[in-house]
Design a protein around this ligand. Structure first.
Ligand code: GLU
Length: 448
């Protein structure tokens, strides 16, 4: 058995109870074969075996009191996956589906994503199975304070820098940073990114993930000589990432025709193409109702309860932007049947491996989330730079750097796949490009 396969087998044996983590390892390592074949020196120092095990991971109890005085206990997690490229960096997710496997898969992906940005950030991730839906501001604050009381000793501007993810936005980051500052007794605002602008947040960070996804898409369309204005884009989700994406597409004169939530999806044939519609997405999110139907009621478009857009809606570009494993083989087959050409992942691992392989064989372009959504963490790294310089850049400056980083990630992925004889393969190209920088740093730093 090859070295690569033996590492995958070992992960399956050891971590069989962590299906999402195993899935990611199989997907990422699976595409590294041509690289590993050319580098027999990796086996001697067990480079891959070390890469798939986190530097450390821990969980902790988070107790909080609701508005009625009742106490609740949740679990918090942080994985510090790989620190070879910089302080651990990655978001915190509050969602009932969070568990050790989910945090580990996100952390593993993060290492490759952060590597591709070319910036000095290692890979980390965290979260809790806490469900923020329907909670009051006070409840959210008490939860965030308790979460940070357990975590504050292990994070810091040069150690580990968390940020937002699903269920964690500027409000939660504010509560967490406030508690960190109180316990630490220092104004170390570089410990978090995604902060409010008044205390060190960056211009364009709120939009960065969505903008980055559109910049990536523009590169792909450009490669095929196509124009975003002629395309209908279907997305799922309607949170922060979806909002940034719609905002940029609207500025460019394109059309996002769907949004989806836990209650169903909406179809807007004119596209989410006015500022009013884009801004309304923020209101929908802030209401805490978690209902995408509100958009249909407000703008008089059709709502499809309990459905996702993928099978029945009409669109040219699919951009799943909700959560992991949303696209199974069933949706993938429906997409191929309707002649879909562009499948652009936005959420982390939105596609099962079976569906991903099927799509890669049957549609013109598949783009992987770790490259497409890297604008978020890249925006965070730019926030870290501004914090350490103790200044803040104008929106145009941040946006320009963000676009450069994404254009670079796209080009690196294309080049890496070409170099290893894989043609125009953005999925393998991203894995290889992310791997190569990380592997170089790990090789240089000795066996640790
Ligand atoms: N949660 C986002 C991601 O998955 C952002 C992480 C960050 O900004 O550190 O990349």
């Amino acid at each position: 058995m090859s070295y690569l396969d033996s590492v995958i087998e070992r992960v399956k044996e050891r971590h069989g109870s962590e299906p999402e983590f195993v899935q990611t390892v199989e997907e990422v390592l699976g595409s590294l074969k041509p690289v590993i074949d050319q580098h027999p020196e990796y086996e001697k120092v067990d480079l891959l075996g070390r890469m798939v095990e986190p530097d450390r991971m821990f969980s902790f109890r988070v107790v909080w009191q609701d508005d009625e005085g009742q106490y609740h206990t949740n679990i918090g997690y942080r994985v510090q996956f790989n620190g070879a490229l910089g302080p651990y960096k990655g978001g915190i997710r509050f969602h009932p589906t969070v568990n050790q496997s989910v945090v580990k898969f996100l952390g593993f992906e993060q290492c490759f994503k952060n590597s591709m940005t070319g910036l000095p950030i290692g890979g980390g991730k965290g979260g809790s199975d806490f469900d923020p839906r329907g909670k009051s501001d006070d409840e959210i604050m008490r939860f965030c304070q308790s979460f940070i009381s357990a975590l504050y000793r292990y994070i810091g501007p040069d150690t580990d820098v968390p940020a937002g993810d699903m269920g964690v936005g500027a409000r939660e980051v504010g509560f967490m940073y406030g508690q960190y500052r109180r316990l630490r007794g220092k104004f170390e605002n570089g410990v978090f990114t995604g902060k409010g602008f008044s205390y060190g947040g960056s211009r364009v960070r709120p939009e960065a993930t969505g903008y980055g996804a559109v910049y990536y898409l523009l590169n792909v369309l450009d490669h095929f000589g196509e124009d975003i204005k002629d395309k209908k884009i279907a997305i799922s989700g309607f949170g922060n990432v979806a909002w940034g994406l719609c905002k940029k597409v609207q500025q460019l004169g394109g059309k996002v025709v769907t949004l989806a939530g836990p209650d169903g999806y909406i179809y807007d044939p004119d596209g989410i193409s006015t500022e009013e519609k884009v801004e309304y997405m923020l209101e929908m999110r802030a209401s805490g109702r978690d209902k995408v139907q509100d958009y249909a009621d407000k703008f008089g478009v059709e709502f499809f309860p309990g459905e996702k857009p993928w099978i029945n809606a009409e669109y040219d570009i699919a951009m799943p932007a909700a959560y992991q494993n949303e696209i199974t083989i069933e949706e993938a087959k429906a997409m191929v049947e309707k002649g879909l050409e562009y499948y652009i992942e936005v959420a982390n691992m939105p596609t099962t491996n079976e569906a991903l392989n099927y799509l890669m064989e049957n549609v013109k372009v598949v783009a992987p989330s770790k490259a497409v959504n890297a604008g978020g963490v890249a925006g965070s790294a730019l926030e870290m730079s501004q914090n350490s310089l103790r200044l803040s850049w104008q929106a145009e400056e941040v946006d320009k750097q963000l676009k450069q980083i994404i254009d670079n990630i796209y080009q690196m992925s294309v080049d890496a796949a070409e170099e290893y004889g894989l043609g125009y393969n953005l999925v393998a190209g991203a894995n290889i490009a992310g791997f190569v920088r990380l592997a170089d740093a790990m090789m240089a730093q000795g066996v640790i």
